[in-house]
Design a protein around this ligand. Sequence first.
Ligand code: DQA
Length: 145
Amino acid sequence: MRIKVINGPNLNLLGKRERDIYGEMTLAEIEQQLTNLARELGCQVDFFQSNHEGELIDAIHACRSGYDGILINPAAFTHYAYAIRDAIAAVELPVVEVHMSNIYQREPFRHESVTGAVCRGQVAGFGPNSYLLGLQGLVEIIGQG
Ligand code: DQA
């Protein structure tokens, strides 16, 4: 089982960026935790991060060959990027959306997820653990076929 973990804009700055909201852990540290959990769950994880919408869309499309599912934090694109939503719908793979913060407790513009509507599930508000919980859920969904 092979899963792609895709992170959107500004998440390369985790650990430095708005630490009161997103905490101290870097993206590399989160990816290491995901790699460890993936080993326990018997799957393989590969990582991609971009600050550019088109690159994220290309990465989602590329998952059509060789991947069984996608774990994605589209970051701010969550709230308005219809092209990313369409890419997720187009690939016909199970996709789980994660957010470190509880987007529903924050500014009104973050309350809507245009991408979440085409994902199989969403995890929000658990900090770095959102990624780990999301991976567990995604592996279960893939396992159910
Ligand atoms: C985020 C929430 C988004 O609203 C924000 O733009 C981010 C991070 C999260 O993980 O909590 O960049 O996706």
